[in-house]
Design a protein. Structure first.
Length: 580
């Protein structure tokens, strides 16, 4: 059987020159009036003029890029009209002020002209559309905004509302329609008891329906239905939402409330709510059929998260993925995670990544567990494609706790800002109870004498086993734990003990003798020795001498300029060949 032509192994080259269908034309379906209202053009222009910003970045998610050019043109037109209106107002005010100061009409013209020259010129605003975001679409892309020297970011669509690190933000959430009558009937079918305590929540595009929905339910006889409003605080008991007055003074009272949530919440929000309230019902908005509220069950998700947590607990090397450069205090969170890992006697490597995928993570086979530092929504990675477990900073805290002390009652914290605040409160409480701790020193030292492993290094510690498999783990603490000097019966020198505890490993370069095992912070490390001697690529070591040609005065002699190759790849012409 003979083939009539070559098999098609790739897309024909002619398709390269065909212009694809622009996304902007395919997605722009709103009328001018709808566009003006949907993207809140008037409010955005007002806030830009109030802030006196001249370089503005417009950040759109992928599903809104079709409207981006029209939104930008409307903003430019209205900003131009505002500048003209302000210039006219200033000119009229200047003329009015000049009339009271002059007596002759000729002098009036001179005074008005001079007044106009003294006024600061109102420059034209420069707008830039940000398309492909560096991280998740819910986060403000300060990195891309700073590339175009923006002074403010206008963020469109739903947002995680994480506090930004540097730039101010104008949020335009946009709105989506909702069948309020259908929502009321679904609510009545879900909560037949008129006195049940229920908190109304919604995804940000549906948040503007909450007030009207609460009013309709009140007319139906419900007395304990509370509406929420948007609050820029992910560490709130209800993330980014206000809470009823009785919960502000007693957060534990939130367990008596149920949540009626409009639209599917993110997985991180769902785990957070499920651990804090009585029950959660979700009203789906992606169906045209009669909606029915679904009660959530997060027990399987929590069991899966706890399995990942216990797997990270025995990982010797943990990678820290910085998945944001915009969220406030992300560097403090990085330091907090590094301290937790170091205190557990493990190694940590830091990586800065954009959008996560399995291929990026699989490049580092030595890393057996990962922790993500990002916004409170994107830190939770729920995917079976990854070869190693990926946890959040809260789960890392649990994993780095000793097996005898680790107790998890189902609580789940999504925002690392709440963890940092809780850590500061613990440190403040410890400082306030300094005298009490000082009095209990003798008691703790006696316990350490009774426990042979209390102040032991990693070589003398009891064996560690994986709680999931029951197998012995021999490499869970590659960095080791230094021995602490316990006080003797006669006492020790306080200066010596303080000097030993406060000393830090030196970072200066020293000459390593041949045959010496590699060490990390002064502790011999077989793992580091393996990476140094067995790896194919070892890098440039200290035994490679770099020498320069020097003249008679000892100065470095630079190389002479020479003509290199010329031509195309299939046949280069070298300077010597051309001369010959």
């Amino acid at each position: 059987m003979e083939a009539s032509g070559a098999p098609v192994l790739s897309t024909p080259a002619e398709h390269v020159f065909e212009a694809p269908v622009p996304l902007t034309e395919a997605g722009s379906t709103l009328s001018d009036e709808q566009l003006y209202v949907q993207y809140e053009i008037r409010r955005t222009v007002s806030e830009i003029r109030t802030g006196k910003w001249k370089r503005i970045a417009l950040q759109f998610p992928d599903d809104m890029l079709g409207d981006a050019p029209r939104v930008c043109e409307n903003l430019k037109r209205d900003l131009k009209n505002e500048r003209k209106a302000d210039a006219t107002t200033k000119e009229i005010e200047g003329v009015t002020e000049g009339v009271g100061n002059v007596k002759v009409e000729d002098e009036l013209e001179v005074d008005v002209a001079g007044h106009g020259e003294r006024e600061e010129k109102d420059e034209e605003e420069h707008l830039t559309i940000l398309g492909d975001t560096s991280y998740g679409a819910c986060c403000v892309d300060e990195v891309a905004a700073e590339h175009c020297a923006a002074e403010v970011v206008v963020h469109y669509g739903r947002s995680c509302l994480s506090p930004t690190a540097r730039l101010p933000v104008i949020y335009v959430f946009t709105t989506k329609t909702l069948d309020l009558d259908g929502a009321v009937s679904t609510f009545k079918a879900t909560y037949p008891d008129l006195d049940e305590k229920v908190v109304l929540m919604a995804d940000i595009p549906f948040q503007h329906h909450i007030a009207e929905l609460q009013s309709k339910l009140k007319d139906q006889g419900y007395t304990n239905v509370h509406e929420t409003t948007i609050l820029h605080n992910p560490a709130s008991p209800l993330p980014n939402r206000t809470v009823p007055d009785e919960i502000q003074s007693n957060p534990e009272a939130l367990r008596d409330f149920s949540i009626f949530h409009i639209s599917d919440p993110p997985a991180s929000l769902l785990l957070t709510l499920s651990s804090r309230v009585f029950r959660v019902h979700i009203l789906p908005t992606n169906t045209t059929a009669s909606p029915r509220a679904l009660q959530t069950n997060t027990s399987a998700a929590l069991r899966r998260r706890y399995a990942l947590l216990t797997k990270v607990a025995t990982a010797p090397i943990i990678g820290i993925l910085i998945n944001t450069l915009s969220v406030k205090n992300y560097m403090t969170a990085l330091q907090h995670c590094q301290e937790l890992i170091a205190a557990a006697g493990k190694k940590s490597y830091t990586f800065v990544v954009g959008k996560l995928n399995a291929a990026k993570i699989a490049n580092f086979s030595e890393v057996e567990g990962w922790v993500v530092i990002g916004c409170w929504e994107s830190s939770l990675v729920e995917s079976s494609d990854f070869y190693r477990p990926i946890v959040t900073p809260f789960e890392l805290e649990m994993a780095m706790t000793d097996d005898k002390e680790r107790v998890w009652g189902g609580e789940w914290v999504s925002d690392f800002g709440a963890l940092l605040l809780r850590d500061e409160e613990r440190k403040a409480a410890a400082a306030a109870n300094g005298e009490v701790q000082g009095e209990s020193t003798e008691t703790s030292s006696s316990k350490e004498d009774d426990d042979p492993y209390a102040n032991a290094s990693s070589d003398d510690e009891p064996p560690e086993f994986d709680l999931r498999t029951g197998r012995y783990v021999s490499h869970s603490r590659p960095m080791g734990r230094p021995k602490t000097k316990s006080s003797t019966a006669n006492g020790t020198n306080a200066a010596d003990s303080s000097a030993s505890t406060s000393s830090k490993p030196s970072s200066s370069l020293i000459h390593r003798t041949k045959g010496e095992m590699a060490s990390v912070n002064g502790v011999a490390s077989p793992g580091a020795e393996y990476l140094r001697s067995q790896r194919t690529w070892q890098g440039l070591g200290g035994d490679y001498a770099i020498e320069y040609e020097r003249d008679e005065n000892g100065k470095i002699r630079g190389a002479a300029m020479e003509e290199g190759r010329a031509g195309v790849a299939r046949g280069y012409a070298v300077a010597e060949d051309k001369e010959g």
